[in-house]
Design a protein around this ligand. Structure first.
Ligand SMILES: [Zn+2]
Ligand SMILES: [Zn+2]
Length: 164
């Protein structure tokens, strides 16, 4: 497995009905240890790659949106394969449809997108050992301090588009 962060990144659900690829490297990759993500995945954490919707191309199938409660109270829209129901990505009310949270585990080579940050580590499972070279936060964090300039510019462009 390589860690070359160069597009494309291919992904799919478990049954293969929905296939997609990313045409650009994500802006930032979250590893979220919150209890909501633990429950939704049935696992210790979720890995979400944040990327503009325009850089996510569907190659087969059409995900079905399932509105799911979220910590904010506004809900998240989880895009699932209509056949096997595997979650491929989410969108949130706060950021809107233009920003997708891609579930990195659905990529063919998830090792290419290691987390840029670990968040909500206050509820991290005790046996998960975090790498010392990756920032971690007990709760959320300040994007402006952690995101690379290029990613902040991409986010600003998204927000400008949303307002316009
Ligand atoms: Zn499927
Ligand atoms: Zn979470």
């Amino acid at each position: 497995m390589t860690t070359v962060k160069e597009a494309p990144f291919e992904g799919q659900c478990t049954c293969g009905s929905v296939r997609y690829h990313l045409t650009r490297e994500p802006m930032f990759v979250h590893c979220c240890h919150c209890t909501w993500c633990q429950r939704e995945t049935g696992s210790a954490f979720v890995i979400n790659a944040l990327i503009e919707a325009e850089h996510v191309v569907l190659d087969a199938g059409e995900p079905e949106v399932v509105v799911t409660p979220s910590a904010s109270g506004k809900g998240q829209r989880i895009n699932r394969c209509p056949e096997c129901r595997v979650a491929l990505w989410s969108t949130y009310a706060g950021a809107g449809e233009a920003l997708r949270f891609i579930r990195v585990g659905t990529l063919a080579e998830p090792g290419r997108l290691p987390p840029d940050i670990h968040i909500y580590t206050s509820t991290k499972l005790p046996w998960v050992v975090l790498p010392s070279d990756t920032p971690s936060f007990a709760e959320y964090y300040d994007l402006k301090e952690l995101w690379p300039q290029e990613s902040l510019a991409r986010r600003a462009a998204l927000r400008a588009k949303r307002r316009g």
